[in-house]
Design a protein around this ligand. Structure first.
Ligand SMILES: C[S@@+](CC[C@H](N)C(=O)[O-])C[C@H]1O[C@@H](n2cnc3c(N)ncnc32)[C@H](O)[C@@H]1O
Length: 309
């Protein structure tokens, strides 16, 4: 199969998703990507993969490398990669039962799925692909579509605790998209772990996009619920050191997103100091900037590149 574009779309609602920023990102991608000179795309904080799917749909890249510390998320990517049809079948079955039920029965169905998902957790070996992964991936995708706000949140015991969300007609399965994603994942390596594990993948003609958990602007915007592990300032510094080390390699294009501390404190030069010598661009995002989910507003965010745009 020759190199071609893959018109797959994100399949998960994921906190910090970048879909809304893609139009602004087009101008910030490296020229080498637009000219067809990039062989590898690496995304070490992949989450819902909005940028991964955008790059795969618009440019010809030979291979893709994804990493995320969230084991449940990586499990879903692996299942789509290996057994898309079994996953679609399970989702179609769940969707038929859910959508045909009364409001009260939908609610009990949701909580029964959530209970089974949580009860199975201690028995899952996230290292070795197994038959039970298909059911687990189906449960996670189903809950992502039917839970309140579509968030993925684990409590301190690692349990999924998001309540039922009252949606009229949620799209629980998009079979065509799952098949397209699976085709794209045939040329993709996916690992679970810390972002530094991507280093061996970063060779000449590689584009790396980093989208770490954002440094919080203030206490109420602090979002650390992707997994139980927090990503604090020490990790932001560790990431900047890693970025600088990769930037020393020839033919490596690096792009990184983060919050802009000057939204709250004009004198906060945390990222300006960490990424001194690199290009720092400003984009505008609509984010929840308050504890009240109905209050959204425009905030500035940073995009740092080791190349000029
Ligand atoms: C801002 S989200 C990425 C959102 C993604 N770009 C999208 O469009 O959906 C950050 C991701 O980093 C992951 N993460 C947190 N700490 C990590 C670490 N040390 N190494 C790798 N991934 C990490 C989280 O699980 C989460 O999926």
């Amino acid at each position: 199969m020759g190199v071609r574009n893959f018109k797959a779309r994100p399949f998960l609602k994921w906190a910090g998703g970048k879909s809304q920023l893609l139009p602004q990102f087009q101008d910030l991608y490296p020229e080498a990507l637009k000219n067809g000179c990039i062989d590898r795309y690496v995304e070490p904080f992949v989450g819902g993969g909005a940028v991964f799917f955008d790059v795969a749909a618009r440019f010809e890249v030979k291979s893709f490398y994804l990493l995320d510390v969230n084991a449940e998320l990586v499990l879903v990517y692996r299942v789509i990669q290996r057994e898309p049809l079994r996953l679609i079948e399970r989702l179609q079955d769940m969707a038929a039962r859910y959508l045909g039920a009364s409001e009260a029965d939908r609610k009990s169905f949701y909580y029964a799925v959530r209970d089974r998902f949580n009860a199975a957790q201690p028995g899952i070996n996230y290292e070795v692909y197994a038959d039970v992964w298909v059911e687990r991936a189906a449960q996670l995708l189903f809950m992502n579509r039917t839970c309140f706000n579509g968030l993925f949140r684990l409590n301190s015991k690692g349990q999924f605790n998001v309540p039922y969300g009252r949606y009229k007609n949620p799209k629980i399965v998009d079979a065509d998209n799952i098949v397209k994603i699976s085709r794209l994942l045939q040329r993709t390596e996916i690992l679970c772990g810390d972002f530094t594990l991507c280093e061996p993948w970063v060779t000449e003609n590689t584009f790396v996009y980093f989208d770490p958990p954002y440094r919080p602007l203030n206490a109420t915007s602090h979002f650390t619920s992707y997994s139980r592990d927090k990503f604090g300032d020490a990790d932001q510094v560790r990431l900047a050191e890693f970025f600088k080390r990769l930037a020393e390699n020839h033919g490596v294009y690096l792009m990184l997103s983060n919050s802009d501390p000057t939204n709250e404190d004009a004198g906060d030069d945390f990222f300006a100091v960490l990424y001194e010598g690199f290009d720092i661009h400003v984009v505008s995002a609509s984010r929840m900037i308050n504890a009240d989910p109905s209050k959204r507003g425009k905030v500035r965010e940073l995009v740092i590149t080791n190349y000029h745009c």
